[in-house]
Design a protein around this ligand. Structure first.
Ligand SMILES: Nc1ncnc2c1ncn2[C@@H]1O[C@H](COP(=O)(O)OP(=O)(O)OP(=O)(O)O)[C@@H](O)[C@H]1O
Ligand SMILES: [Mg+2]
Length: 271
């Protein structure tokens, strides 16, 4: 990987919910400065938990990092509160497009602008930046967020995260439930954000083909453990990945992995 110190270093963390439910059992992940890394894995593997451990949102669900450490730009953050972590420049786009449905698209964005006030940019400048990347949101800015399309809602939540002008963006399944064209559009914007705004990205995706196309490096999480990590190029040739993910995404055309995974018995990555 990169010779520079990674922007994010997760060192062998263990995560428990309610002090007894052990969900992550020794997870180590590195995100290089200015890099995109994908985190893959089946339902319930612990992907969202990993992101919440980084952003500090875990604490709101009575979860804790009970062992190991998380370092962001050389500083230990796993004991910090979510607000402090956000102030440092980490933002999480949580699963499932949580917007404020009764507010307008623009009001939703402004909420993000107030999440992290550090830096010289005014809320107005931040809005302009978001509208530059998401011209569609500019068109829809006065509309009630609950009534815009699913794709526009997803753009709104990514835009809201961008309003914090983050250094590291944690994206939890941004393609979920969206039509292929929209997925393509959103990922193109995410790639531009990464290239032009130099935002480092940790991407959780069920759409493995997509994730491996966007991220040059990926980790596979299974049952709370990292069972595989490699360049996306190598992972695309990996038989387990092909069989478990890439094969499945092709079956039935547009069917997402989430639709079929409930019917397929979990397969061990390493035997
Ligand atoms: N607040 C919580 N309290 C107790 N257990 C939880 C909590 N949140 C998640 N879990 C458990 O932790 C495990 C991992 O959940 P997590 O949401 O991290 O998985 P995931 O990989 O994101 O799955 P998905 O693909 O369905 O989003 C699951 O067994 C889940 O039931
Ligand atoms: Mg999840």
């Amino acid at each position: 990987m990169d010779k520079k110190e990674p922007i994010l270093k997760i060192n062998n963390i263990e995560v428990k919910y309610h002090e007894v439910i052990l969900v992550l059992k020794g997870v180590s992940i590195e995100v290089p400065e200015g890099g995109i890394v994908a985190l893959l894995g089946a339902n319930g593997a612990g992907k969202s938990t990993t992101l919440k451990a980084i952003s500090g949102l875990l604490k709101h669900e009575d979860g804790e990092v009970s062992d190991g450490s998380i370092e962001f730009m050389g500083e230990r953050i796993h004991k910090k509160r979510a607000v402090e972590i956000a102030q440092m420049g980490i933002v999480q786009v949580i699963e499932g497009r949580r917007i404020f449905e009764h507010l307008t698209v623009e009001q939703n964005l402004i909420v993000g602008g107030h999440m992290r006030k550090k830096g010289a940019m005014s809320v107005k400048d931040r809005l302009d930046m978001v509208y530059h990347y998401f011209p569609r949101l500019k068109e829809k800015r006065k509309e009630i967020a609950g009534f815009v399309s699913g794709g526009e809602q997803q753009m709104t939540v990514v835009g809201r995260a961008l309003m914090t002008h983050p250094k590291l963006m944690l994206l939890d399944e941004p393609s979920m439930g969206l039509a292929p064209l929209l997925i393509h559009e959103i990922f193109e914007i995410i790639t531009r954000l990464h290239e032009e705004e130099k935002i480092s990205i940790l991407l959780v995706e069920q759409n493995v083909k997509l994730a491996l196309n966007v991220a040059p490096y990926a980790y596979v999480l299974e049952n709370g453990r990292i069972v595989l990590d490699d360049t996306s190029e190598k992972l695309m040739e990996n038989e387990d990945i092909k069989d478990f993910y890439l094969g499945l995404t092709d079956v039935g055309g547009r069917k997402s992995f989430r639709d079929v995974k409930h019917y397929k018995r979990r397969k061990r990555w390493l035997t």
